[in-house]
Ligand binder design. Structure first.
Ligand code: GTB
Length: 215
């Protein structure tokens, strides 16, 4: 069954793998599922054909036979539920891995993503410095809690899971930000995630598009 996902035709991150198709690509690579990619311009993302798949006019989407999914977390969960390798078989460990998926997207991602948005969109606003400081305080607090929980573990709860996959994609947005190195175990956790062969393949695939689409 052919799987097709959508991604930016011209990603603003210029191949750094920060857009949310990256987590879907990585999940598919982890479970060994081949996939096609349909690239969309910003204009096409807001047109009826794409809005029928993604009501907010965003990427990524996921199509597999009759199934159309949006929301990167739901897509990764779908992939993890249907293929071995990203979730424990059953029981409490599986439930906890899913809890880590939600923690990545609901607890960690909002202040990290908002910090980037504020830096891009609100730099000349009078509240800029105050808002940035407040977000960085929240990020530091969240990282501190996560760092305490990870301790010297390799992954968040036993073997690598979809929870780790999402958490690493969220923390990667802090590359180059001075806050992450304050928590060496988390910085190393991100490096461990990025060193996985499946991550490397997914990263290379999205990076290759930059060369192809910028000609
Ligand atoms: N909750 C949705 C999900 O998880 O799938 C959010 C999807 C989303 O935010 N998609 C973004 C999008 O389509 C791309 S990933 N934006 C266009 C729009 O809303 O009109 C967010 C993103 C964009 C750019 C960078 N970057 O350049 O670094 C990083 C992440």
């Amino acid at each position: 069954m052919t799987i097709t996902i959508t991604a930016f035709e011209h990603s603003p991150d210029r191949g750094r793998g920060l857009a949310r198709d990256m987590r879907v690509r990585w999940a598919l690579e982890e479970v060994g599922q081949p996939y096609d990619v349909r690239l969309l311009s910003f204009k096409a993302m807001k047109e009826p054909a794409h809005l029928a798949l993604q009501p907010f006019g965003q990427i990524p989407t996921y199509e597999e036979a009759d199934l159309v999914l949006f929301e990167s977390g739901a897509i990764v969960l779908h992939i993890a539920e249907r293929n071995a390798g990203l979730l424990p078989q059953a029981g409490a460990t599986r439930a906890r891995a899913i809890a880590w998926m939600f923690a990545a997207l609901n607890t960690m991602e909002p202040p990290i993503f908002d910090r980037d948005m504020v830096r891009i969109l609100e730099r000349s606003e009078p509240w800029y410095q105050t808002r940035l400081a407040a977000l960085e305080k929240t990020i530091r607090m969240r990282l501190s809690s996560l760092s305490n929980r990870l301790g010297d573990g390799e992954w968040l709860d036993g073997p690598f899971s979809a929870g780790d996959l999402l958490m690493v994609t969220v923390l990667r947005r802090l590359h180059g930000v001075a806050i992450l190195p304050e928590f060496p175990n988390l910085a190393n956790y991100v490096l461990r995630g990025e060193a996985r062969p499946a991550f490397q393949r997914a990263f290379a695939a999205q990076a290759a598009l930059v060369a192809r689409t910028s000609c």
